[in-house]
Ligand binder design. Structure first.
Ligand SMILES: Cc1ncc(COP(=O)(O)O)c(C=O)c1O
Length: 367
């Protein structure tokens, strides 16, 4: 049996007619920037997230950048984040002129170790960006406590965690602000790039909205310089069709994770993801840790099973961060994870037969 890593076609099949109708409506309406669909999507996502307001943006990368800028972060400041994330998280910090301060992971998990965060705080630290990687909520209580103690801003990177819950509430509702991504493979994926920002302080969100639209208050009236980071009308119209399905899609991902946990149980060499008590992960990625990743990946490929690696490098070893002089060996937990992790197929439309085929192939590799 061929098992794809991701099958967006199957996921979209039941809502295909509605997606086509929405796209055609925007095309025929000839209103492509801003407008009713963007406004309606922002309101619908706000209601779903349980917050008063959402600001649509062009992508999470620019959303993070805009948020940092609007909190006044820039040259001379330091922002702490995880060394094991998509480059976008770190890139958005550097783009403001602030210094990225990387932290290692908590052993056995893929998220920031609060003990490491506490060690990295200096008088220059202005913010912490916890990333809810793979849809697993980060240790928010501990991170928020450090932030309270040192008066730091917490910006949650929810790019991979739309709908995940921490102590009953959706992630994103804990920090001073949170950023979401609608990159097509995300749990709420669009049909191109897209993202959203929320913030506790309405004045900050207003500024982020303005910053994302050239700092303007009205046509040709610009209060400050910003960037072009608007959510497209066509993306908003399509995301409105997808949003009501996210909770159901996330539940299906959790079901696939449960099938994997059951099917891989007892294989000594395979470490399956741990769930932190009082969290509800949404398995954007289902990542196992094995001693011989390359060989297992090759074996699964020979069995028509697609896999991924998220990520093959921790950010500290990349040429982009050579200037930080924190080469190999600086973040042992993250670096070990990068060498041993393997992402198994995971998507809401995946069947029990497909999950069983993956588990059977892994078991055959570790007889
Ligand atoms: C953790 C994390 N943060 C930020 C981003 C950036 O998202 P976008 O592609 O919408 O800019 C991504 C996307 O891969 C991500 O995984």
């Amino acid at each position: 049996m061929k098992v794809p890593f991701l099958d967006l076609g199957r996921q979209h099949e039941p809502i295909k007619a509605a997606l086509h109708e929405a796209a055609c409506r925007v095309i025929d309406g000839c209103h492509y920037i801003g407008g009713e669909d963007v406004k309606a999507f922002e309101q619908e996502m706000a209601a779903w997230q349980g917050v008063p307001e959402v600001c649509g943006v062009a992508c999470a990368t620019s959303g993070l950048f805009a948020t940092l800028k609007c909190f006044g972060i820039g040259p001379g400041d330091e922002v702490i984040t995880t060394v094991h994330t998509a480059i976008a998280t770190a890139e958005s910090i550097s783009l403001t002129g602030a210094k990225v301060v990387f932290c290692d992971l908590k052993k056995g998990f893929f998220n920031l170790d609060p003990a490491e965060v506490a060690k990295k705080v200096t008088p220059r630290t202005k913010a912490i960006i916890p990333v809810h990687l793979y849809g697993q909520p980060a240790d928010l209580d501990a991170i928020l406590e450090i932030a309270r103690k040192h008066k730091l801003i917490v910006i949650e990177d929810c790019a991979q965690a739309q709908g995940a819950r921490y102590k009953g509430q959706r992630v994103g509702n804990y920090g001073a602000a949170a950023v979401f991504s609608f990159f097509p493979s995300k749990n709420l994926g669009g049909f191109g790039d897209g993202g959203a920002v929320i913030a506790k302080d309405p004045a900050v969100l207003k500024k982020i909205r303005m910053f994302s639209n050239h700092g303007r208050t009205a046509k040709y009236l610009h209060e400050f310089e910003g960037i072009n980071s608007r959510l497209d009308a066509i993306q908003a119209a399509l995301l409105r069709i997808c949003l009501p399905h996210v909770d159901e899609w996330n539940a299906k991902r959790r079901q696939v994770a449960a099938w994997y946990a059951e099917g891989l149980k007892g294989i000594r060499q395979v470490v399956t993801p741990q769930t932190v008590p009082e969290t509800e992960p949404i398995y954007h990625v289902y990542c196992i840790v094995v001693p011989d990743r390359e060989a297992l990946q090759k074996h699964l490929k020979q069995n028509d099973i697609e896999t991924g690696v998220h990520y093959p490098y921790s950010l500290n070893v990349l040429p982009a961060y050579a200037h930080l002089k924190q080469g190999k060996g600086s973040f042992p937990v993250a670096e070990h994870a990068c060498e041993h992790m393997l992402s198994l197929p995971m998507f809401p439309a995946m069947t029990r037969e497909e999950a069983d085929a993956v588990c059977k192939a892994v078991r055959a590799f570790y007889p």
